[in-house]
Design a protein around this ligand. Structure first.
Ligand code: HEM
Length: 136
C-alpha cells in the first residue's frame, strides 16, 4: 500500500512537471508563430497531450486521496479547484481558436495571441503557485 502510494505520488509529481513543460512549450510556440494555420495544426497534436496529463493528475490525485480516506484538506481542495480552472481555461483556449478566430483574417494571429497568452499565463501561475505551496 505504502509502495503504491509512493508510486502514485511520483507519477503525480512527474505529471505536474511535464504539464509545466507543455504549458511553456505552448507559450513559446505561440510567441514564435507566424501563421495561425500552422499554429492551429500544431495545437491539434499538443492538446491531446495536455488533456491526458490533466487526466493523469486528476486520476493519481484521486487515488492518493482515496488512500487517505478522501480527506478534503485545504491543499487537496486547492489542487482540485486549480485543476478544474486549468481544464476550463484549456477548453476556452481551444474554443477561441476553433470557433472565434477567423483564420482568413490578417490580424487573426495577433488577436489570438493576446487571448492565448492570458489563458496560458493564468495556467502557468496556477501550476507554479500550487506546486510551490505543496512543496513547502
Ligand atoms: C493543478 C494541478 C495539481 C498540481 C500542480 C499538484 C501538485 C502536487 C504536488 C507538487 C504534490 C506533492 C506534494 C509533496 O511532495 O508532498 C501533490 C500531492 C498530492 N496531490 Fe496534487 N496537484 C494537482 C492536482 C491534484 C488533484 C486534482 C488532486 C485530487 C484529485 C490532487 C491530490 C493530491 C494528493 C492527495 C497529494 C498527496 C499529498 C497530500 O496529501 O497533500 N492533486 N500535488
Amino acid at each position: 500500500m505504502e509502495a503504491m502510494y509512493t508510486l502514485g505520488l511520483n507519477i503525480h509529481i512527474v505529471g505536474v512537471l511535464i504539464l509545466l513543460g507543455v504549458v511553456m512549450f505552448n507559450g513559446a510556440t505561440l510567441a514564435f508563430s507566424k501563421d495561425i494555420r500552422v499554429y492551429a495544426r500544431r495545437m491539434r497534436i499538443v492538446m491531446p497531450i495536455s488533456s491526458s496529463l490533466l487526466f493523469l493528475l486528476f486520476f493519481t490525485g484521486a487515488i492518493m486521496m482515496a488512500a487517505k480516506h478522501l480527506v478534503f484538506s485545504s491543499t487537496n481542495t486547492a489542487m482540485i479547484v486549480g485543476i478544474i480552472v486549468i481544464i476550463f481555461l484549456e477548453i476556452k483556449r481551444y474554443r477561441v481558436l476553433r470557433y472565434q478566430t477567423d483564420i482568413l483574417n490578417e490580424n487573426a494571429l495577433a488577436e489570438y495571441k493576446a487571448k492565448g497568452f492570458r489563458y496560458l499565463g493564468i495556467e502557468m501561475a496556477i501550476l507554479l503557485s500550487l506546486s510551490a505551496w505543496m512543496m513547502v
